[in-house]
Design a protein around this ligand. Structure first.
Ligand code: IFM
Length: 452
């Protein structure tokens, strides 16, 4: 077997859902076609110095023109499901204008998946906000949350129960904190206050969208996807442990706790009252509306230590030379996935069923002289993380699916095309797709599942 799991592992059962994942801006290209408007990422890519090599999404993997071929590729891998996102700029290219060409494009994908026996998992927002909304403040403007709810309603009214699962947002931490707090993602603002305000509006938008999702797709599952990089203390000292726990409250529980309990973490509010976003009384009730699943994106951990000047020091990625890193420089530390899931189960009595909506590694191996891509590091990464997931399930965490990031190499945001996360290699000159060794391992694993 390509990946090796304990015999009788729940991960080998046929009812566990496996898929591959992508996002619109990272693969589609065709940014000026069929009425699509500019997004904040088009603008960010055009701002010198923001994206490595000034790379942009104009062509990306040219998926917009290669849908049928890419759907066949997905089918050939033997997956149960495909997770993709909808580009808001294609659906609503100017306020209250609903673009049929945009709906038709995604309808082809959804119908094409269903015809091939693959379940569509749709994400409504994977970072590509229409630029015209950013002009009015983007996620700093409360109005954007209401605009999102209208957009979500239009999408679900069109696709309804043909979609197996709707996720409102992918990684609001990235949209809010990378986009408005640290500035390394679009729109590139840098303010703690703005970061926390954007986070609040993203969570509010999620809650506001849920009633329409339930009304128009009563048989689909509805949830949200969060990213987690658990923090570990550098030493066993009490100070380092407190630093790690504070960092988790700030980056993980600030997003998860309001969704599940309708409150923000107290320790952060006490230490940084200036970060607390402007909000209305009912917001947290809206944010905490029931969800059917929690999507978790996991890649790595972070090591931190206590600091006299800051809340904590970030030591990662390289604590010492012994840590294994992927090509993007992220530490490989699978046990953090097990411990993260166990920690959530312990802390939240109402933790919904979990889907691992992204997991994978940047392994930039090039094709060899025979044209094969032998990405052994990625294969080992998947194997080790599947085993970490097995351990979490065995200890009682309810996990129903796993999506490999990514179907194919693509535009890796501020890193441009320099980092390859795909299980399929993309030659950006010719747009030729080549299944990598990891892709063949997935194929073999998926085909043998439930048969041993
Ligand atoms: O490529 C991204 C994706 O868009 C969101 N999650 C993390 C991936 C790897 O960085």
């Amino acid at each position: 077997m390509a990946f090796s799991l304990p015999k009788n592992s729940p991960l080998l059962k046929k009812d566990f859902t496996y898929g591959v994942a992508t996002a619109a801006f990272q693969i589609e290209g065709a940014t000026n076609l069929d009425g699509r408007c500019e997004s904040i990422w088009d603008r960010f890519c055009r701002t010198p110095g923001k994206v490595l090599n000034d790379d942009h999404g104009d062509i990306a993997c040219d998926h917009y023109h290669r849908v049928e071929q890419d759907l066949d590729l997905i089918q050939s891998l033997g997956v149960d499901a495909y997770r993709f996102s909808i580009a808001w700029p294609r659906i609503e290219p100017s306020p209250d204008t609903w673009n049929e060409a945009g709906f038709a494009f995604y309808e082809r994908i959804i119908n094409g998946l269903i015809e091939r026996g693959i379940k569509p998992y749709l994400t409504l927002y994977h970072w590509d906000l229409p630029q015209y909304l950013e002009e009015k403040g983007g996620w700093i403007n409360r109005e954007t949350a209401y605009r999102f709810a209208v957009y979500a309603q239009k999408v679900v009214a069109r696709f309804g129960d043909r979609v197996t699962a709707y996720a409102t947002f992918n990684e609001p931490w990235c949209s809010a904190f990378l986009g408005y707090r640290f500035g390394n993602h679009a729109p590139g603002l840098q303010s703690d206050r703005l970061g926390f305000q954007a986070a609040h509006h993203l969570l509010l938008a999620h809650g506001l969208a849920l009633p329409a999702l339930r009304e128009y797709a009563p048989n689909a599952e509805h949830g949200i996807v969060l990213n987690f990089t658990p923090n570990y203390p550098l030493t066993d000292s009490k100070q380092d442990q407190q630093a790690a726990s504070f960092a988790d409250e700030e980056h993980s529980h600030w997003f998860l706790q309001p969704l599940l309990t309708g409150s923000y973490p107290k320790s952060i509010i006490e230490q940084h009252p200036e970060w607390v976003p402007t909000q209305l009384d009912e917001d947290l009730v809206i944010i905490a509306r029931d969800i059917d699943f929690l999507g978790i994106n996991f890649y790595t951990r972070q090591v931190v230590s206590a600091s006299d000047q800051e809340d904590y020091n970030i030591i990662s990625p390289q604590v010492d030379g012994s840590m294994q890193l992927t090509d993007i420089g992220w530490e490989v530390f699978p046990q953090a996935l097990t411990e993260l899931l166990q920690g959530f189960k312990k802390r939240y009595s109402n933790l919904p069923p979990i889907i691992i909506t992204e997991n994978g590694a940047a392994d930039n191996t090039s094709p060899n002289e025979n044209g094969e891509v032998i990405d052994s590091m990625r294969v080992a990464y998947y194997n080790d993380h599947l085993n970490a997931l097995h351990n979490a399930i065995e200890s009682g965490v309810n996990i129903s699916g796993y999506f490999a990031w990514s179907l194919m190499d693509n535009f890796e945001w501020a890193e441009g095309y320099s980092q390859r996360f795909g299980i399929v290699y993309v030659d950006y000159e010719t747009q030729k797709r080549t299944i990598k060794h990891s892709g063949y391992c997935w194929q073999e694993f998926l085909n043998k599942r439930g048969k041993d």
